[in-house]
Design a protein around this ligand. Structure first.
Ligand SMILES: [Fe+2]
Length: 300
């Protein structure tokens, strides 16, 4: 038996509902990988994106190292730009095939959750490209529970580029509000959110760069996340490690703090800050969530 992505329908991950996974038992770890994007390295080297040996090798090496981790991580999340070829363009299905094979080497006890990225949905998603994504991966915004922690996955492309998908932006927005109410009213230990495009890359006040959620949405989302008690938001898209904290003093004097984590790619590194292709290991304990990025050959 080989590993496959978790099935998602009706905006819930099958096997990971509150009934099945809503109860806290013990601390655990999970793995976050961003932007596998097979073909991007070839494109940066001047090619047409038709070769992806290096990305596949990275995933295979990481999968083998993750399988040896002690304790074994409970699940793995791919934070978007799972593929490089946009929907309906050459090499898409071949990339998907090879990527599935590479991730299938992960031990079957480690479920794989998908987050949609701009390359997966299209820069300007349409009903057609959304349908293509959903055929391959299922719903692109959904929730899952694991060991008493509530996880929310959202589609950032319909926030950045809402035209062309009818009212998907509004539908997700209403759904997200519902999930944030659930987050607040449930007795979960933590709430964690995954979104491909980070809220910001260096500081919450930064101007719009194309690498982060535009300001017109950013502050509203951070307020909403803080209201719901979300502590960590994991993203990719930036192809280098970045992020920071957004804090707010509440009327009662308490502090709300949301950490935005932009995690580097398991494939192509962009910029020259010296990150290496790798994975992020997230430790979840009763009182806190901590995380650390490891280059593939340094995976503990
Ligand atoms: Fe991206």
């Amino acid at each position: 038996m080989t590993n496959e992505f978790v099935k998602v329908a009706n905006h819930e991950a099958s096997g990971f509902t509150k009934e099945e996974q809503g109860r806290w038992t013990e601390s655990y770890e999970f793995v976050f990988v961003a932007d596998p994007q097979p073909g991007l390295i070839h494109q940066y080297d001047g090619g047409d994106g038709s070769l992806w040996d290096e990305e596949v090798k990275n995933i295979q090496e990481a999968a083998l190292a993750i399988n040896k981790m002690q304790p074994k991580p409970k699940f793995l999340v791919i934070g978007g730009d799972i593929l490089n070829a946009f929907p309906g363009t050459p090499y898409r299905s071949e990339q998907l095939r090879d990527l599935r094979v590479a991730f299938s080497q992960l031990n079957t006890s480690i479920p794989i959750f998908a987050v949609s990225g701009n390359h997966d949905l299209g820069q300007k998603p349409t009903l057609e490209t959304m349908e293509m994504y959903r055929r391959d991966f299922g719903d692109e915004y959904y929730t899952f529970w694991y060991g008493g922690i509530f996880y929310i996955v959202i589609n950032t492309q319909c926030i950045i580029s809402p035209d062309g998908t009818e009212n998907l932006y509004e539908t997700q927005k209403a759904w997200l509000e519902e999930q944030l109410k659930i987050a607040l009213s449930s007795s979960c230990k933590h709430v964690v959110l995954f979104m491909h495009i980070p809220l910001f890359v260096k500081n919450p006040e930064e101007e719009d760069t194309g690498y982060a959620i535009p300001m017109k949405h950013r502050f509203k989302l951070m307020e909403q996340f803080a209201d719901a008690g979300i502590e960590k938001v994991f993203s990719g898209h930036y192809h280098r490690n970045a992020g920071g904290f957004w804090t707010r003093t509440n009327p009662d004097g308490s502090l709300s703090k949301v950490e935005v984590v932009a995690s580097s790619s398991i494939g192509k590194q962009i910029g020259n800050q010296g990150d290496k292709a790798g994975i992020r290991i997230v430790k979840v304990s009763e009182n806190e969530i901590t995380h650390h990025y490891y280059a593939i050959r340094d995976i503990p």
